[in-house]
Ligand binder design. Structure first.
Ligand code: GLU
Length: 383
């Protein structure tokens, strides 16, 4: 007896697996610092929590339309028009239980057996898994040295069906510039390729400007924009995200949704609606705090001589640990109770790298930096 090939081909999510190990160690009483998973450590704003309560109290606890409640679809479409310069209407939106599920649905809806999907190396852990589960083949494209560009044009073949772009990027923290995105646009239009543009970190930017690929000329008809509430409003556990795409793609994704999860939780959709109405003060404070943490870590990594990709957005630092990252992360967790995600989880060229998520308090970050220094000096001085 054996499981289906589609699931044999993928491993459990590294980010979530390591975070579970860290949580288990903490339950056992160990003084764990979990810098593995990327989830904001702020309380969801009170008015969003109250909107969920209110919806429950008002009896909004039954099935909703599978694509999501119409008010939320319209509010997301308006947000896309106003903030992202993307001319979407409600029929271009599907609300999903987390942005990850929107990615999964889009891959299942568009990728056929043998289709090639271009991922930039490194990329977030679940893109590859979703491509494989859909029966597609991942084509990894390396970045240039400063991670601002990648020679995607050299990797396009007649089988290329989709290019996945994530800006700001997880794990790099890179915010891609207009020139690179314009190049992706030109390739996609010329070769008739879909683009998945994952923009979940669009609001967490310290340097540079965010551009939505769907806003570029002739891109709306071939772009699936992914976004969600987890990162911007600190709502990871609520599981609520969305996709914006041409109507026909949304309809296909909706077929998958209707037969799998039906729709995202009813009252969570009302909470998301409230989130879109809130002012930016929560976000401003959160981004200021992330910036301070990033600067604090960069200073110390520089002192320790550790190199890393330039983190201009999101809340990760991807660093070169100059030895096998899997071993490094395992030993660091066992000896110092610090959880990081090994670089091997994110692609094919970063076996000696590790990702840290600084979505944790400055106090813990400071302790992490001390433990890192101790760990490095106890192992060798060459790092
Ligand atoms: N996107 C976050 C991360 O990379 C959340 C965890 C996950 O779903 O992978 O850590």
């Amino acid at each position: 007896m054996r499981a289906a090939r589609r699931v044999e081909a993928v491993k459990p999510s590294a980010t979530l697996r390591i975070s579970s190990i860290a949580k288990q160690l903490a339950r056992e009483g160990k003084d764990v610092i979990d810098m593995s998973v990327g989830e904001p450590d702020f309380k969801t704003p009170q008015r969003i929590i109250e909107a969920a309560y209110r919806a429950m109290n008002e009896g909004k606890v039954f099935y909703t339309p599978t694509k999501g409640i119409p008010e939320l679809l319209s509010a997301i479409a308006e947000k896309m028009r106003k903030e992202n310069n993307v001319e979407a209407t409600a029929e271009n939106i599907i609300v999903t239980p987390g942005a990850k599920y929107a990615i999964y649905e889009a891959m299942m809806a568009l990728i056929d057996e043998g289709d090639e999907v271009i991922l930039l190396d490194p990329s977030w852990v679940s893109y590859e898994a979703c491509v494989l589960m859909a029966g597609g083949k991942v084509v990894w494209v390396p970045h240039n040295e400063d991670f601002s560009d990648a020679p995607v044009e050299n990797f396009v073949t007649p089988k290329t069906k989709m290019i996945v772009i994530n800006t700001p990027s997880n794990p790099l923290g890179v915010v891609y510039g207009k020139e690179f995105l314009k190049k992706i646009r030109d390739i996609a239009v010329e070769k008739n390729i879909f683009v998945m543009s994952d923009e979940v970190y669009e609001k967490i930017i310290f340097e540079g400007t965010h551009y939505s690929l769907a806003s570029f000329d002739d891109m709306f008809d071939r772009t699936i924009t992914i976004n969600g509430f987890s990162k911007t409003y600190s709502m990871t556990g609520w599981r609520i995200g969305y996709a914006v795409a041409p109507k026909w793609i949304i309809e296909k994704m909706n077929i998958i949704q209707s037969h799998s999860v039906s729709h995202p939780t009813s009252f969570v959709q009302y909470a998301a609606l409230e989130a879109l109405k809130s002012d930016s003060s929560f976000l401003e404070q959160m981004v200021a705090e992330f910036r301070a943490r990033r600067d604090m870590i960069m200073r110390r990594l520089d002192e320790l001589g550790i190199s890393y990709a330039p983190p201009k957005g999101a809340f990760y630092i991807f660093m070169d640990v100059r030895r096998n990252g899997d071993v490094f992360c395992e030993e660091f967790l066992k000896k110092e109770y610090v959880a990081l995600t090994p670089g091997s989880a994110f692609g094919i060229s970063f076996k000696n790298w590790a990702r840290l998520s600084y979505a944790t308090s400055r106090e813990k970050i400071s302790e992490f930096l001390n433990r890192l220094e101790r760990f490095i000096s106890s192992k060798s001085s060459e790092l």
